[in-house]
Design a protein around this ligand. Sequence first.
Ligand SMILES: Nc1ncnc2c1ncn2[C@@H]1O[C@H](COP(=O)(O)OP(=O)(O)OP(=O)(O)O)[C@@H](O)[C@H]1O
Ligand SMILES: [Mg+2]
Length: 477
Amino acid sequence: MSKLLLIDDDEDVRYSIQRIFNSPEIELATAASGEEGLKVIPKFKPDLVLMDVRMTGMTGLETLRRIRQNDPKLLVILMTAYGTTQTAIEAMKLGAYDYLLKPFDIPKLKEIVANALKAARDMRQVVSYEPMMESEDYELGIVGRCAIMQEVFKLIGQVAASDATALITGESGTGKELVARAIYHHSNRAEQPFLAVNCAAIPEQLLESELFGHEKGSFTGATAQRIGKFEQCNRGTIFLDEIGDMTPTTQTKILRVLQSGTFERVGGNQPLMADVRVIAATNKPLEAAVAARQFREDLFYRLNVVRIQIPPLRDRREDIPLLVNYFLKKQARDHERHPKSVAASVLKTLEKYHWPGNVRELENAIRRAYVLAKSDAILLADLPPEITGAGSLAAIPGVAGETASSDAAALARQLFQWAKRDPKLKIIPAVERELVIQALKETHDNQVHAAKLLGITRATLRKRIEKFGIQRELNVK
Ligand SMILES: Nc1ncnc2c1ncn2[C@@H]1O[C@H](COP(=O)(O)OP(=O)(O)OP(=O)(O)O)[C@@H](O)[C@H]1O
Ligand SMILES: [Mg+2]
């Protein structure tokens, strides 16, 4: 549930906004003036404020200034009528999160509010990392007990205390954003805003303006001045996500702001100062991008001063039981139900899987299984087929268990090693023959079932039986 405070002296506006946000997920309070709004805030503790700019009594700008003084992390969206956009721009300089033009485009209003609520949550929900997770009531934690994650935690602690730029790298779903937020929450800028910009999600030509703002008329479509994130987030922390996707011009500007703390709006020539801490992340191998001259080498070195490399989940399998437990608890809390457990076979399967989608994939699998499980225990059938490996060797009980490693690829590698040692072995026919025999034994010569188990057609199975001269009593059904 999110709390929204609406400050507007126009009763009609209050009424219509109340109707728009009438939903069980949103608790809305209203105030009819800036003065009243300032009194309501400490009591109601909103996640987000929607406020009119032009009000009788205290102006929207003055109210905004005071809100920011009391709590720089409280997000404010201003509503402004046509002709007052200059005020809106002033408001952005004061750190307003965004502004909306009246009359409202309702879907746009909803979208901006939803984005702001997400940003507010990211800012407030404290991310703890292992050294801080002793107590049970942490909101969001980075789980990890293995040695490499302990190193990551150590780095988080070290970099949080400084104001240094940090570069977080790792495959998709390894927890880069979580680490960025943990750094922020434990930094001395924790009381100031945190804004995330996904460089890959914003069209190239707009990213520069999103980050640094633009002057009116600086390009087609720049009908008014715009304040960018670096200006808006003064004294705060900016999280540049997917930094590997920036154009060379933006890269140059980022380098400059990191080196000298100054930047200019697009189309502007007045240098502006930015007091912003930058945390960057990417799942692209930046070294390779530098080698291919797609990423500026000097920017890379500037970012790489503190590097936090998050290992893929398959390199820290010993943390899987811990993560599973954590996600199960989280599910139970979200559903307000008691926690479910996992069967030992399920845990074994989870520990063996190679997790291309890393922790995010594990979390999704647990979320899905929690919902699907009919009893209090999660069973193999509740896991997605790609994890149980329906059709792959790893899924056959006993086969995977006897090999040193987990998945089909690992098993194949091992077989190949045998083949290398003994070239007479003719590994593929040998394995195929053994599989066919096993399947026929298992199914009491039921060819339909045997073929299904092997993932081949019955016709193919017949050919193999002939080819390998497997003489068994055929019990065709
Ligand atoms: N060590 C961890 N402990 C608990 N939850 C984790 C951990 N690592 C990741 N998660 C969870 O997994 C999901 C993915 O994490 P996050 O968004 O931080 O990954 P990412 O590296 O930024 O991924 P992408 O590159 O796809 O943006 C989130 O829901 C996050 O809370
Ligand atoms: Mg991410």
